[in-house]
Design a protein around this ligand. Structure first.
Ligand SMILES: [Zn+2]
Length: 395
């Protein structure tokens, strides 16, 4: 049973509820497991520095050291806290030459539960631990916290429960709905009601074309050889290697572009991401073999998945919207017309906009069930892929 409870507010938009708990063997065991993991992290980190002159990344360390007793995310938190200490030492070192890096072993260490391991059930706070280990259960009469930490005060255990303060959640701009049109010329075009952003697909197309070219030239060379001969096998190996390399480049490009896209959505506080659905494109019409190859290769399925999971990781919702005629309909007067050239020009009302932006505007409009869109639209902004584009980690 909790001995006492108090709450305090921090400046960063969080509220902390503190509960003092009588020690139990279970808390003892969890703190020991965290201490053991922390110690293994410290020891292996410095050993790798000493013996191999390598500073291991947090991700490698998390894969290397895990704990059976702790929830997987709680184990990650222990490793992360070592790296946080390391980071603060590197910063402090600039001012203080005597600053010491974190190197102490710990018998006990604080245990953190992240949101995925926290439940409130039948008047109890249930904190999940590693598979096969009983959860830590505390009588509870409050809301579900976003983060819980179990620490030692010197006499009792203290449960620190972190809440996000209501007023720190930013309200959405507009209605918080963005339309996403996935395509071939452009990887994706986003419209959030005010702004249109185009993610250029030129680099991807070039790599795709190169892939086809390698495929074709090497197949032609191989066709003149006996299948399975030494020369034939050599060509086969070379083909596989080149194709694999290109595959890796394409994967890198898709990840960076979709991360940039989701960051854009997040920055404009979008809550619902509406993605145009083209899944039955192949079955519907036969476009002839050249177009079929392009459409078949369209990575829209992969892009759709990447955008959806990255958006959901940041708390947004992903929905699909049938995109029939969205590239042809005039957003202002709903007249249908097949655009020619770069710009969409409506012959009925004179509306003119970048051709690829029209699809995203219409997808969003259809999802919201809106009629014609009125008002002046800002010109779209373009985002080109470049190899050193940062793949920012979503937090
Ligand atoms: Zn029109």
């Amino acid at each position: 049973m909790p001995l006492s409870s108090s709450t305090s507010r921090t400046s960063s938009g969080y509220e902390v509820r503190r509960l003092h708990l009588d020690p139990t063997p279970q808390m003892e065991a969890l703190a020991r497991a965290a201490g053991d993991l922390y110690t293994r992290t410290v020891v292996s980190f410095w050993r790798t520095v000493r013996k191999q002159a390598v500073w291991l990344k947090p991700s490698s360390m998390m894969r290397w050291h895990t704990s059976g007793q702790l929830h997987a995310h709680s184990a990650d938190a222990v490793v992360q806290s070592f790296y946080a200490a390391l980071k603060s030492w590197r910063k402090r070192r600039k001012m203080d030459p005597h600053a010491k890096p974190p190197h102490h072993r710990r018998r006990y260490y604080r245990v953190q539960w992240k949101s995925s391991a926290i439940r409130v059930q039948n008047g109890c706070l249930v904190l999940s631990n590693g598979r096969g280990n009983a959860p830590l259960i505390v009588p509870w009469s409050w809301d579900r916290p976003v983060l819980v930490e179990l620490g030692w005060t010197g006499a009792t255990y203290e449960l620190r429960c972190v809440y996000q303060r209501e007023d720190s959640v930013s309200p959405p701009l507009g209605d918080g709905v963005a339309g996403v049109d996935l395509g071939e010329v452009h990887l994706a075009v986003v419209h959030d009601g005010q702004h249109t952003t185009i993610f250029n697909g030129h680099a991807l197309r070039a790599k795709r074309q190169y892939q086809n070219k390698i495929q074709a030239t090497l197949a032609a060379k191989q066709s003149r050889l006996k299948k399975g001969s030494r020369r034939w096998r050599k060509l086969q190996r070379s083909k596989r290697k080149q194709l694999r390399q290109l595959d890796h480049q394409i994967r890198d490009l898709l990840h960076k572009q979709t991360t940039a896209l989701v960051s854009t959505l997040h920055a404009s506080r979008v809550q619902t991401v509406v993605i145009g659905d083209v899944r039955d494109l192949r079955q519907r019409v036969d476009y002839g073999s050249a177009a079929n190859q392009r459409i078949h290769q369209m990575v829209t399925g992969r892009v759709r998945w990447l955008i959806t999971y990255k958006a959901e990781r940041r708390g947004m919702r992903g929905v699909l919207q049938d995109e029939a005629y969205t590239s042809q309909e005039c957003p202002r007067c709903l007249h249908r017309h097949k655009p020619q050239g770069r710009d969409y020009r409506c012959p009925a009302c004179g509306f003119c906009f970048h051709r690829d932006g029209v699809g995203a505007i219409n997808i969003r409009r259809k999802y919201l069930g809106l009629g014609p869109v009125v008002g002046v639209m800002a010109s779209p902004t373009g985002v080109r892929w470049h190899p050193h584009q940062r793949a920012r980690v979503a937090r």
